[in-house]
Design a protein around this ligand. Sequence first.
Ligand SMILES: Nc1ncnc2c1ncn2[C@@H]1O[C@H](COP(=O)(O)OP(=O)(O)OP(=O)(O)O)[C@@H](O)[C@H]1O
Ligand SMILES: [Mg+2]
Length: 445
Amino acid sequence: MRWLPQSLSIRLFLIVLIGLVFAITLTSHLHHRDRTKMFGEYRAHSAIDHIADTVLLLATLSPSTRVSATAALPDDEWLVQFDTLAGPISGEAALVFSKSLNERLGNTVQVDEAWLCFEDRASCPYSAVVRVRFKEGQALWIGYRSPNQERQPQKREGVGLQGRIAIFIGIMSVVAWLVIRLALRPLRNLAQAVEDFGRDIAHPPMEESGPIEVRRAARAFNAMQKQIRGYMAERMQILTSVTHDLKTPLTRMRLRLEKCSDETPKDRLRADIDAMQSLVEEGLELARSLDTTESMQAVDLDALLQSLCDDAAEAGLDVTYQETTESGIIVMGRPNRMVRVFENIIDNAVKYGHYARVSLEQQGKMALVKIRDGGPGIPDESLKEVLSPFVRLDASRSRDTGGTGLGLAIAVNLLKVQQGSLELRNHPQGGLEVGVQLPITAMPK
Ligand SMILES: Nc1ncnc2c1ncn2[C@@H]1O[C@H](COP(=O)(O)OP(=O)(O)OP(=O)(O)O)[C@@H](O)[C@H]1O
Ligand SMILES: [Mg+2]
């Protein structure tokens, strides 16, 4: 469901808030309904009392005086009709009330019908309407409604209630937000620990504290981290031993080869031994590339690139560093590994693209180093593939440039443990452009 907010905290908060508003709306509606009914009943009872008193009084008068006496009753409270009213105004017929009214009035007056209204005044104007018949046979519809002032305090209370509901929802929202933040904190810590571990395999274990569930998760994560580190160390150990042990027979082969008199196979064998040697060395390098034992330190990237390019140029390679205005960009890194990253990329540029043009710029909080060459580039579909170990494209194999296909894989690993990244793209004006990003620590003034 794409319309849902991406953050779990916001999702939970919305669920709690909607539930809260729904519950409060429902309960306040039920409360309001009960209260209206209660007030209605109260009004109906008091109306019946008023009616009973007035009817008893009217019963003592003669039919003609009754008519003039009822004219004195205030219009806004009383409904009086001598038998001409077609039926009740509204409300429900109340047998029980008509019986109890009958009892109160005795045999002087007989109650024909009684209608009561328990709703608010808007639904029916009179709280009680009764049809009585006096001894002489004169019939009278008489209704009563309580005076208007009753409604005023009720209205004020309604507004107060809404205000209180708003305050309640406000307080509960803050509490819900705090609870959600608190409950999700361990999840955030765990995500951070996974991220740190992904970047640096030697990252210290998570702190095993807090509630039982959190401690269990942290313990499980630490155990997994330890296990992975163990596997990696074992793999590295095997690789180191194999490559180390391979060095001796390789040196022996080289020595024996020198004693050989036939020159033609000698050259070929020498090239093979060189290839095996670089495979052994780079394999070892790849295994070591995720190792984070070398400590991080502040590195002046501008100075590092300048000296690297100068060295390459001195060695006769067409490598130039394009001076930037952004000199003095400091990144945190492992200098030897950083040198290795750029050496590998510059080596490729020269090997496959004739020359290397290196530049440095700042992009937000990142330093961006671009290395561009003048070669054919890499087919778009292979741009990602060449970052994997032992991947060499057909063109480079056929040109016999002599490589193991590990240079870029090593660079990617070395950058990963320094919180950097690498991206390849074919420049619109030709040649491959390798972009290396590293987080900036400081910019000296
Ligand atoms: N600048 C470039 N221009 C064209 N192709 C390139 C470029 N850089 C890399 N490649 C392609 O990517 C492949 C992988 O490069 P990578 O550096 O990983 O290995 P390699 O250069 O073949 O061997 P080595 O381990 O000696 O570096 C290369 O074989 C080549 O096909
Ligand atoms: Mg290479």
